[in-house]
Design a protein around this ligand. Structure first.
Ligand SMILES: NC(=O)c1ccc[n+]([C@@H]2O[C@H](COP(=O)([O-])OP(=O)(O)OC[C@H]3O[C@@H](n4cnc5c(N)ncnc54)[C@H](OP(=O)(O)O)[C@@H]3O)[C@@H](O)[C@H]2O)c1
Length: 262
C-alpha cells in the first residue's frame, strides 16, 4: 500500500530552521524523505544544525538569508528551483518576538516584526506559489500562533497583528491557488519550549522571575503542560504529505486545548 505520509521526491524550504520549531519541522520532513532546505539568518548558527541532520543521512541544505529582505526571499526560491528542479513545500516559520507596551510601541519595532512574520511570509508564498501553480501542485504551511487570532498577550501588538494576518494570508492563498492545485494551511501553536516560547529542558524548573508565567501557561492549558518542539512534527508531516491533499485554507491549533478553555 502507498505510504500516504511519504515525502520522497518532494523539496521543502523551512524558514527559521536553525533551532526550535523550524529545526524540528525540518528534521521531520527529512525523516519522511523530503529534500529540505533549511533557513536562518546566520550561517554560523545554521551550518551546524544542517550538519547535524546531514550526519543522520538526511538530504538537507542550508540557505542563510533574512526573511525580512524581500529580494533575498525571491532569490532563495529561484535558487532552490534552479538547484533542485522544483519546490513542493514551503514552511513559513521564521519569527522573533519583541515586547513593549502598546502605548509606547516603537514604529521600527512594529515594522521589523511585521516585516519578518508577515511580509517575508507573503513574498516567499508569492514566489513559491507562482512556481507551484505553474506545476499544478505544491503546498504552503504558514506558522501562525494562538497569540493574536485567539488570545492576546500584553506587550506584543505587532506579533499579534502579524499572526492574525498570517491566517488571512493563508485563506487568501487557499482560495486563489487552490484552483491551480496548490494548497495553503496554517499551523497555530500554543506554548512550546523554544528560545522564543520560553526554553526549558524537560524537568528543568523555571527561573524564579518567570515562575508565575510558566504556572499561568500550565493552568490555562487543559493538558497542563508546555509542548516539546518535537510535538509539532506529526502535524507538519501530515500537512506536507499527500495525506492532506484535501486540506486547504485550514488553521489548525496545536495548543494542548488552550484556545478552547473557558
Ligand atoms: N514557541 C512557541 O511557543 C510558539 C508559539 C506560537 C507560535 N510560534 C511561532 O513559531 C515560529 C518558530 O518559533 P520558535 O519558538 O521555534 O522560535 P526560535 O526558537 O526563536 O527560532 C526562531 C527561528 O527563526 C529564525 N529567524 C528569526 N528571525 C529570522 C529572520 N528574519 N529571517 C530568517 N530566520 C529568522 C531563527 O534563526 P536566526 O535567529 O539565526 O535567524 C530561528 O531559526 C515563529 O514564527 C513563532 O512565532 C512559536
Amino acid at each position: 500500500m502507498k505510504n500516504l505520509f511519504s515525502l520522497k521526491g518532494k523539496v521543502a524550504l523551512v524558514t527559521g530552521a536553525s533551532r526550535g520549531l523550524g529545526f524540528a519541522m525540518a528534521e521531520a520532513l527529512a525523516d519522511y524523505g523530503a529534500h529540505v532546505v533549511m533557513n536562518g539568518r546566520h550561517k554560523k548558527t545554521l551550518d551546524p544544525k544542517v550538519k547535524a541532520l546531514a550526519d543522520k543521512k538526511h538530504a538537507v541544505w542550508g540557505a542563510a538569508f533574512d526573511v525580512a529582505d524581500t529580494d533575498a526571499c525571491a532569490k532563495a526560491v529561484a535558487d532552490i528551483v534552479k538547484q533542485h528542479g522544483h519546490l513542493d513545500v514551503l514552511v513559513n516559520n521564521a519569527g522573533t518576538a519583541e515586547y513593549a507596551p502598546v502605548t509606547d510601541y516603537p514604529l521600527d519595532m512594529w515594522e521589523r516584526l511585521i516585516g519578518i512574520h508577515l511580509t517575508g511570509a507573503f513574498v516567499l508564498a508569492r514566489e513559491a506559489g507562482r512556481h507551484m501553480a505553474a506545476r499544478g501542485k505544491g503546498t504552503i504551511i504558514n506558522i501562525g500562533s494562538i497569540a493574536g487570532p485567539k488570545i492576546a498577550v500584553p506587550m506584543m501588538p505587532a506579533y499579534a497583528t502579524a499572526k492574525a494576518g498570517l491566517e488571512g494570508l493563508t485563506r487568501a492563498l487557499a482560495v486563489e491557488l487552490g484552483p491551480k492545485g496548490v494548497t495553503a494551511n496554517c499551523i497555530a501553536p500554543g506554548y512550546f519550549h523554544t528560545e522564543l516560547g520560553g526554553s526549558l529542558k524537560e524537568g528543568e524548573p523555571p527561573p524564579d522571575a518567570a515562575k508565575a508565567f510558566y504556572r499561568m501557561v500550565e493552568e490555562h492549558t487543559p493538558l497542563k503542560r508546555w509542548a516539546k518542539p518535537e510535538e509539532i512534527k506529526g502535524l507538519t508531516v501530515f500537512l506536507a504529505s499527500d495525506a492532506a491533499s484535501y486540506m486547504n485554507g485550514s488553521v489548525i491549533y496545536i495548543d494542548g486545548g488552550m484556545s478552547v478553555l473557558q
